[in-house]
Design a protein around this ligand. Structure first.
Ligand code: PLP
Length: 377
């Protein structure tokens, strides 16, 4: 497959997609304007952090006159906008986070991109934005990654982070759903988002999302409203927050910018999704793995009290944040009211270490992809 030309690879993928989904998928015409020089040699892959480095190119598309058009791959760089664009004033901005991994024989595996497309379009609907069609998302993504494939790192723990983002570009002041949008895909090599075990505080005053609100959408404002309470927690020496429901602050919802999971009495427990919780791809993936291994899984409301009681009784074995950026980030300390609880040693945790290794092996092509999670290009 790696000896095919870029266009042949995309065509092959489209044929495979068409056969598997029995849908006719259109081919879009992407104009490619290559960067005259690559910045790749200036990147220190031994010292990668998260989100600071961008690959040479980006995919851009416009939504105007009720359709997506102007598909282009262009050198990564600034775009020119009026300060009146409505995304800046009224917040119509949504995004996604995906990772791709370099496998042997120059294969790149994108991890479950269709799940992110599904969620992007759920966010779009809630924010009165247009859906991104599968052919635009997947062909933009695969052609971009193919062009910048050298940017995908191969070291375990590193990956190519992919950030699709859509925002409103109407230049009219007035609170209305915009008629014009831009869709952009950026990529860049990253290391893990969290480089240490997490000390988290159970947030009992502020909230990330409210019932009837937009917590289940991956929209920019959700992250903006989380900044202040997170800053306060950091000032108290915590790395992140455990968000609780906004009504009673009695039920656990998420951990910072990730979903949260606990192992109590050998049962994997995680808050069930609702309109205040982002339905994470990692969450689905980890639950699928646990079920396949015969572990008991519970998706339900999880009270703060039950978690604190389990810590006190010694029945809480593991707690971790689960997300694309966070991967599986162990929680080592939980702060609740005036108490700090130290959890069991992250290195000795059975389930999360096994899941992290299994996922890593699937992503880097070191173990069979029995769930069909890798989208190979
Ligand atoms: C608020 C929030 N919850 C959960 C997640 C985890 O989602 P995923 O596993 O799809 O990355 C994220 C990831 O970005 C997030 O921002």
């Amino acid at each position: 497959m790696c000896q095919l030309t870029q266009k042949e690879k995309v065509l092959l993928r489209i044929i495979v997609d068409t056969i598997t989904s029995c849908n006719m998928i259109e081919t879009i015409d992407i104009e490619i304007n290559k960067s005259p020089v690559s910045r790749l040699s200036s990147v220190d892959f031994n010292n990668l952090s998260f989100g600071h480095v961008f690959s040479d190119h980006m995919f851009v598309a416009d939504y105007t006159d009720d359709e997506w058009k102007n598909f282009q791959i262009i050198p990564y760089g600034g775009l020119l906008f009026s300060p009146a664009i409505s995304a800046l004033h009224y917040g119509q901005a949504i995004f996604e986070g995906i990772k791709a991994y370099r496998q042997k024989e120059d294969r790149i595996a994108i991890f479950r991109p269709m799940k992110n497309l599904e969620r992007l379009n759920i966010s779009a609907e809630r924010m009165c934005m247009p859906a991104v069609p599968q052919e635009v998302f997947m062909q933009g993504l695969t052609q971009l990654i193919d062009l910048d494939r050298k940017w995908a790192p191969s070291a375990v723990g590193q990956s190519l982070y992919i950030r699709p983002v859509m925002f409103a570009t109407d230049t009219i002041l007035g609170v209305n759903a915009s008629k014009n949008y831009k869709f952009v895909i950026l990529t860049g090599p990253v290391a893990a988002y969290y480089s240490k075990n997490l000390k988290v505080k159970v947030e009992l005053h502020y909230s990330r999302a409210d019932e009837g609100g937009v917590g289940y959408a991956k929209t920019a404002g959700n992250y903006a409203r989380a900044l202040y309470p997170t800053k306060l927690a950091e000032q108290e020496g915590f790395d992140q927050l455990i968000w609780t429901d906004s009504r009673e602050h009695a039920y656990i919802e998420e951990a910072g910018t990730a979903n949260v999971m606990f192992v109590i009495n050998d049962v994997l427990i995680t808050p069930s999704t609702r309109d205040t919780i982002l339905d994470g791809v990692s969450r689905h993936t980890i639950l699928d793995l646990a079920r396949a291994w015969g572990m008991q899984v519970e998706e339900r409301r999880v009270s703060v009290d039950e978690v604190i009681q389990a810590i006190k009784k010694g029945t809480l074995q593991e707690a971790f944040a689960a997300g694309t950026a966070a991967t599986i980030a162990p929680i080592s300390v939980i702060g609740h009211k005036y108490d700090l609880y130290t959890l069991p040693d992250p290195q000795a945790r059975v389930f999360s270490n096994k899941a992290l290794k299994a996922l890593s092996d699937i992503r880097y092509g070191l173990a069979p992809d029995q769930f069909g999670w890798n989208y190979l290009i």
